[in-house]
Ligand binder design. Structure first.
Ligand code: IMP
Ligand code: MG
Length: 197
């Protein structure tokens, strides 16, 4: 028989039922509830569909792995226009948790992007370095346009200006997890967004 393991964050706190927030952040209320996220993502889908209505080719959603996977899956299903999916896996490397501006690509899109309308889908824009490197790289493919949809914008830590065309939520200067966002690879499965401090 398959043994069902408890979520690592709640395994040490038996009073918490599965799907409740991890105790790290004090088991408080989410910063952004699942219901609020769903409403906002649906609205973004409508706005994007209106802005790109009438394209002669499907819009290309370029999903930035891994954090944006959950957001992108919901956003895609909120669109009422045809869309294709491409993926980029970029990781900044360096000594600390903040990004260094050195970005390496573990995966680049498969399909040709020349003449296509690209909508980048990102989980959170922090310093802005990662997204700007990706935008520059994608522009070298000579697309018809490049725009950005970011679920979260944390302007307090911005180091480079970034044009975000579709923003889910502007958040304060807190590290966040859930709805695709991780801490050390964990907590992506949480349906709401929680602050870690
Ligand atoms: P930037 O290059 O500093 O803008 O870093 C953006 C990337 O760092 C995002 O794509 C996330 O993968 C990651 N990141 C930044 N802040 C957070 C956070 O609060 N929680 C989880 N991941 C984050
Ligand atoms: Mg990311």
């Amino acid at each position: 028989m398959t043994e069902v393991l408890a979520h690592p964050a709640i395994a040490t706190t038996p009073v918490l039922a599965p799907r409740e927030p991890p105790p790290i952040q004090g088991a408080g209320a989410p910063m952004i509830s699942a219901r609020k996220i769903a409403r906002r993502v649906h609205k973004l889908g409508q706005e994007i569909s209106e802005q790109y209505a009438g394209l002669d080719q499907p819009l290309v959603l370029v999903v930035i792995l891994k954090g944006a996977a959950v957001f992108a899956a919901d956003l895609l299903r909120s669109l009422s226009i045809p869309a294709e999916l491409e993926f980029v896996r970029a990781s900044s490397y360096g000594s600390s948790t903040s990004s260094t501006g050195k970005v390496k690509f573990a995966h680049m899109v498969d399909g040709p992007l020349t003449g296509r309308h690209l909508l980048l889908v990102e989980d959170i824009v922090d310093s802005g370095r990662t997204i700007n490197v990706i935008v520059r790289k994608l522009r070298s493919h000579r697309p018809a346009s490049v725009k950005l949809a970011a679920l979260l914008d944390r302007p307090a830590r911005r180091e480079e200006p970034v044009d975000i065309h579709f923003t889910g939520f502007v958040i304060p200067d807190r590290f966040v997890i859930g709805y695709g966002l991780d801490y050390a690879g964990l907590y992506r499965e949480l349906p709401a967004i929680y602050s870690l401090g």
